[in-house]
Structures are given as C-alpha cells and as structure tokens.
Design a protein around this ligand. Structure first.
Ligand code: PYC
Length: 341
C-alpha cells in the first residue's frame, strides 16, 4: 500500500502482533511483497534473496526489536491447508517457528478466518498441524524431528570444550545440558556470550546439521525454577537474540533427544521452562509411514513427531509507515545480517 504525502511516498504495511509465552510474533496481513507461486520452500528462497530490506523494516528497529519474529501468510498449495507461512527474523528466514505458529493460529482466530479446530499450515520445511484447544492454548504437531548426533565436543574460544547433542526440530540445534548453569534475566549477557561462542565455534569447526546446513540455534538447559518442569532453557537464535519462550523448535529438538536416549516414552508429557519462566508442554508420537521425512537428515535417533502446546495473546494492530525520505526506512543493516535461506 503506498500514498503521497507532500511529495513523499509513504508505504504502509499492516501487521498484527502477538506474543507466545513472551516471544513476539508479527504477522503481516497487508503490504508484503509478491513472492509468486509455488511451495513455501520456493517462496522462502525468493523472499530471502530479494526482500531483506522488507524483513528488516517489519521486525527490527525502529519499528521492532531483535527478538521479533515476522510471519508472511500466503495462499497454500493444498486446498485443505489454511495458509502457507514464511517466518523471518532480524537476519533472514527461519526454516520453521513453533512459537510463531501459535501466534499465527491466534491471529487467524482474531481476524475471524478460523474459529477453532485443527488446521494444516504449509512451511518451508514441511506441513505442520495446529489445533485451538478448549482452554485457549494452541497445540502444534511440528515437523518430524530427530537427534542427529550425541555428545559432540566443540572447542570454544572463551569457554573451553563444551559437549552437546545436535538435533533437528524444524531448525538445527546444539543442545547443552548443564545443571549448574544459572539461567535467568540477570544472566542474559553471560548466557549470550557463552552460546554465541559455541555457535561461532561450531561454524569454525565445520560441525553442521546432517544435511550440511549451519547449526544456527544453541540451547542451554539448567535446573527448572517451576515445579514439575524438566528443565529451564536459554535459546540463542540465529541473529543473536534470545528466545523469551521455551522455543518450540528447540523443545522439539529436546524431545527428539529425550526419545533417542530412552528417557521419554511416546505420549508422555513434559514441561519445558523458558528463561522468563513461561512454559511449553511437549510430548511426541513415533513417526509413521505417512509422515514426510527429509532423506537428507540422518541420525542416531528415531524420527518423532513432537506436539508443543502453549499460549499466545494478541498485543497490537498496527500500520507501519515507510517514508521514502527516511534514510532508515528499512532499519539499518547489522553486521550479523548474513545470507541465509
Ligand atoms: O518457537 O520455534 C520457535 C522459535 C524459533 C525461533 C524463535 N522461536
């Protein structure tokens, strides 16, 4: 949407904001670029290669901040899907986002496109299903997930040698268990320094996901502070922001590791606490013949289909304005803004 204002062009982007267990999602409902037709994967490639300025203008300063995850909703390929979605953050597209899916579900209810029930959503890494539960929470059956490697040693620059598992939960994760880790809002700087060191060291050491893609999320687990939770996590996202929610793809990766280690049976629920003290509930079923399993993801663990349940709340209905005379109309390019798909 564009308009003239004393010789200037004002572009308008209409967004709906929500947060899922503390982590923001900004759904673009008008003003997104034309990404052509095709699968979510194909459209995400086009989006990532040609529309980085658009992504920045929606999610980063001055209109947003580094933790905001954006979502563009598109026409689905399958007649029975409610939409196709591409998630993006401060440095590019995410493969998948569970907290964002919960936010999208609540947004679709808010605008009256759905009023409950179970819905198929197409993402760049496969279809997911979400259901609005009777208590208002949303359950997401995520993409099939798997532990790829266990007890991998990474030699970091500032924190010695650290061991962790590598797992796919819709994004690639390096998962570190440390019952002595202090996880909380007062520790953000130290936690970011540690996990960023791990992320960069993984990259330097050539440790990748089993499909050769970068491990761009690092997840640290310490003792929970909430009764009944299995652990409390700190999750570092690709653009160095930390997830306020327990991270749904990260909780899926954790679920895959627990299943692979024989520590969690199918159908059994556990609680994952976040850095701010919010929770996702998680369980899984074993994958079956009908599930879409990406051949390039190999590993030592079984394929599982995780279900993540959490709450989202609407926080805003906003029209973003992009003034052609504004030198920072698309925010500013950070050093971290790298080429990703
Ligand atoms: O919930 O999957 C998630 C997620 C990924 C990045 C931020 N949140």
């Amino acid at each position: 949407m564009a308009s003239q204002n004393s010789g200037r062009n004002l572009d308008r982007i209409v967004v709906l904001d929500s947060h899922t267990e503390g982590e923001p999602t900004r759904v673009v409902v008008d003003g997104a670029p034309d990404l052509g037709s095709g699968s979510a994967r194909e459209r995400a490639r086009r989006f990532a290669s040609a529309h980085r300025a658009f992504m920045r203008s929606v999610v980063t300063e001055p209109r947003g901040h580094d933790a905001v995850v954006g979502a563009v909703l598109l026409e689905p390929m399958h007649a029975d899907a409610v939409a196709q979605v591409i998630f993006f953050n401060n440095v590019g597209c995410l493969h998948m986002c569970v907290h964002g899916t919960i936010g999208v579900a609540k947004t679709l209810v808010h605008v009256g496109r759905i009023d409950g029930g179970r819905h198929r959503l197409e993402t760049p890494v496969g279809d997911v299903w979400f259901e609005i539960l009777s208590d208002g929470r949303v359950a997401v059956d995520n993409v099939p997930s798997r532990r790829a490697q266990t007890t991998v040693a990474v030699t970091t620059e500032r924190h010695g040698t650290i061991h962790g598992d590598v797992a796919w939960g819709g994004n690639w994760f390096f998962l570190i268990d440390d019952p002595d880790a202090r996880i909380g809002l007062l520790e953000i700087e130290a936690l970011t320094d540690l996990t960023w060191d791990v992320r960069q060291s993984l990259h330097r050491s050539g440790i990748t996901g089993s499909d050769g893609l970068e491990i761009d999320h690092v997840e640290l687990f310490g003792r929970p502070s909430i009764d009944g939770a299995l652990s409390k996590n700190f999750v570092l996202c690709p653009g160095k922001a930390w997830d306020r929610s327990p991270c749904g793809t990260g909780t899926s990766a954790k679920t895959a590791c627990l299943a692979a280690a024989g520590k969690l049976e199918p159908g059994v629920t556990f609680l994952q606490e976040s850095t701010i003290g919010s929770c996702f509930e998680a369980s899984y079923r074993n994958a079956t013949v009908g599930d879409e399993l990406p051949a390039e993801i190999t590993g030592d663990g079984p394929w599982i289909v995780p279900t993540i349940r959490g709450r989202a709340f609407m926080t805003g209905e906003t029209t973003l304005l992009l003034d052609s005379a504004d030198p920072f109309r698309s925010g500013f390019v950070s050093d971290l803004d790298s080429e990703r798909t």
